[in-house]
Ligand binder design. Structure first.
Ligand code: FPP
Length: 241
């Protein structure tokens, strides 16, 4: 098992696709929501591990723009879980020095949840130890489309010259505009795909796919992956100098 503690050259920003809750529950003959509840406990553990591991930014994929296709019962259960998580964890996150942000399209979310999300963002706005971003109703393509629309309005209003538009211009309109790009993207549960998560931002990220189901993913697993990242050589399209 990897030692805990921050490795040298560790990732500053880790993004996680928390997959496998449903299978974890199914393996135990329990409903899928039982798996999501167990998954929420892991979120708590993984956030708490970040300061020791030297991780300043953590972004987690909680609900995608495609997850609405699940049964009504599962969608409602997940939304209830998000509300409960925010209500229950707000004070602990504040005390732990965690600044919470949400990304994704809030328009389709129930107003009660959006209010709680806004309140948690405001409550923790003064924190700076760990920046946790939770993606809810988030899809990478949707984010780029929404950003492009906002930018197009600025162009139409004459505030941006179309000839000046480059990648940096568009990035300013993304939900993640205040965050650095992720250095490391982890997906649990053995699936090796990106599922529309941080498409733009992950252009040069390192990827780790682990077979462990999210509700079984412990702080030690996390520390091991983070330590392995430190040995990777990142070239960003260049060559080793
Ligand atoms: C993917 O597993 C997981 C989700 C779609 C939900 C992620 C949500 C949580 C971990 C709950 C808590 C989150 C917060 C922020 C409180 P899956 O259901 O697709 O699993 P499967 O592939 O085994 O079916």
């Amino acid at each position: 098992m990897a030692e805990t503690g921050a490795p040298e050259n560790g990732p500053q920003h880790v993004a996680i696709i928390m997959d496998g809750n449903g299978r974890w529950a199914q393996n135990r003959g329990r409903p899928r929501l039982f798996g999501h509840q167990a998954g929420a406990s892991r979120v708590r553990e993984i956030v708490a591990a970040c300061p020791d591991l030297g991780i300043r930014y953590l972004t987690i994929f909680a609900f995608s723009t495609e997850n609405w296709k699940r049964t009504q019962a599962e969608v409602t259960g997940l939304m209830t879980l998000f509300r409960r998580y925010i209500t229950k964890e707000a004070q602990a996150l504040l005390k732990q020095g965690v600044r919470v942000r949400f990304i994704g399209d809030r328009d389709r979310l129930e107003p009660k949840l959006v209010d709680l999300m806004n309140e948690l963002e405001e409550l923790t706005a003064g924190n700076d130890l760990v920046h946790m971003t939770v993606a809810i109703n988030y899809g990478g393509r949707d984010e780029v489309a929404r950003a492009t629309k906002r930018m197009a309005h600025e162009v139409a209003a004459g505030r941006i010259n179309p000839d000046d538009v480059d990648a940096e211009t568009l990035a300013r309109f993304l939900d993640t505009c205040v965050l650095p790009d992720p250095d490391l993207v982890i997906r649990t549960s053995g699936e090796a795909r990106i599922s529309n998560f941080l498409l733009w931002q992950s252009a040069y990220a390192e990827y780790e796919f682990t077979p462990i189901l999210w509700p079984d993913f412990t702080r030690d697993h996390f520390a091991e992956i983070v330590a392995r990242y430190a040995n990777r050589e990142r070239r960003y399209g260049g060559v080793k100098v």
